[in-house]
Design a binder for this molecule. Structure first.
Ligand code: DQA
Length: 149
């Protein structure tokens, strides 16, 4: 059976396309999901692609992931910089985590330079826009291949 990757998107990412396009680009989250599905097909992975503005809902989905996901890709949006709850949930899930940001958070305000998610992520992909999600799937495929052998 294909390995499954849970792709989580946090607050305000449902607004992509119209939200600060000079920073986040013109693609919608639907466009990004389409890219992810195409990339996952190429890699032989299945994906579960979700977005929530609610920290609690994201925590719930991470808690459910041990039964359904082999790896987690997460763009936690602003919760990246604030959420110990997401960090704790990701640690407890015990799955490989890949952190994604559309923008290069290190070129932006100082408060975006700190990430709770990075404390548990295998790696971070940021600054490549929507393509970062495809790169994250490639990284997940590699990690899971290694985990399999
Ligand atoms: C973001 C960067 C965060 O700082 C910001 O709060 C977001 C999006 C990104 O994808 O570049 O909502 O995670």
């Amino acid at each position: 059976m294909a390995k499954n990757v849970l792709i989580l998107n946090g607050p305000n990412l449902n607004m992509l396309g119209s939200r600060e396009p000079e920073i986040y680009g013109s693609e919608t989250l639907g466009d990004i999901e389409t890219r992810c599905r195409a990339e996952a097909d190429k890699l032989g992975l299945s994906i579960d692609f979700r977005q929530s503005n609610s920290e609690g809902e994201l925590v719930d989905w991470i808690q459910q992931s041990p039964d359904s996901a082999d790896a987690i890709i997460i763009n936690a949006g602003a919760y990246t910089h604030t959420s110990v709850a997401l960090l704790d949930a990701l640690r407890a899930a015990g799955k490989p985590v890949i952190e994604v940001h559309l923008s290069n958070i290190f070129q932006r305000e100082a408060f975006r330079h700190e990430s709770y998610i990075s404390q548990t992520a295998r790696g971070v992909i940021c600054g490549f826009g929507a393509h970062g999600y495809e790169l994250a799937l490639q990284a997940a495929a590699k990690i899971l291949e290694v985990a399999q052998s």
